[in-house]
Design a binder for this molecule. Sequence first.
Ligand SMILES: NC(=O)c1ccc[n+]([C@@H]2O[C@H](COP(=O)([O-])OP(=O)(O)OC[C@H]3O[C@@H](n4cnc5c(N)ncnc54)[C@H](OP(=O)(O)O)[C@@H]3O)[C@@H](O)[C@H]2O)c1
Length: 282
Amino acid sequence: MILVTGATGTVGSEVVAQLLAAGKPVRVLTRSPEKAAKYGSNVEIVQGDLADQATLGPAFAGVDEVFLLATGPSLATLEAHAIVVAKQAGVKHVVKLSAQGADIDPGIALGRWHRDSEKNLEESGLTWTILRPGAFSSNALNWAGTIKAQGMVFHVTGNGKTTPIDPRDIAAVAVAALTTPGHAGKIYALTGPEALTNAEMVGKISKAISKPIQCIDAPEAAARSGMLAEGMPHVVVEAVLELMGLIKNGYGAETTTVVEEVTGRKPRTFDAWLNDHVDAFR
Ligand SMILES: NC(=O)c1ccc[n+]([C@@H]2O[C@H](COP(=O)([O-])OP(=O)(O)OC[C@H]3O[C@@H](n4cnc5c(N)ncnc54)[C@H](OP(=O)(O)O)[C@@H]3O)[C@@H](O)[C@H]2O)c1
């Protein structure tokens, strides 16, 4: 039995889909079972909250493999709860979704949140694999609102580049690690196939929907107040801006070949991701 956490989110839902396609038995953990209803009777849906260790026993009982994903400033605490219960349940292997940025010391807040959890997992006595993806291609969906309303994208990374990775490729590496041998104790730095500036990605979206889109390099202060106005917690806003500053200065522009090495397939391009999601921008 393979337990997928984060199964109602971007990466976890792809992990579930690919495990099911491979004919594997899947259980998902969610705080809100109605969000996992789309899986029907194909998966076991178990309610639990990573913030409350006492709720996790039923999800981990009888599980061999775990895909572990949590978000936010307290993700190391959430994942620590899962690690304790996984050990108690006799789980054999945990595949943790981490992030690019966990590799720099002392680094940035987003990286430290993940590195704290990586260390805890590494020292847990469990067998582990760690996935450190760079920016997801699907982050572009955050631009859909202003593209549709104003024909504009506001960003703060200047000419800094990221290496957009399709969540399906992150999931493909996770599924390989969960279902085939040879991944224990590995840390995989995952990227898409090419480095792109935000302006280049916006240009591709513009072409795909045949609509001019202005890509505006906004001042950091404006981005801060925009994110706070959307209700993002202060600590998350500062962590995001810290990461954006690093990208602006050239961090995160290097591609790796790990997706192809692990899955035997080249990672999907941003164009391929866009082709499948273009309607979101119309
Ligand atoms: N976006 C990027 O460019 C990027 C790059 C590198 C790494 N990352 C990392 O990717 C992760 C986010 O992945 P994602 O985008 O797939 O997530 P997402 O779409 O935001 O979904 C979050 C998932 O986490 C689950 N979750 C949250 N709190 C939980 C709790 N207390 N108990 C149980 N489940 C909980 C949610 O499940 P329910 O609501 O159903 O309970 C949901 O399925 C983060 O760790 C982030 O640092 C992101």
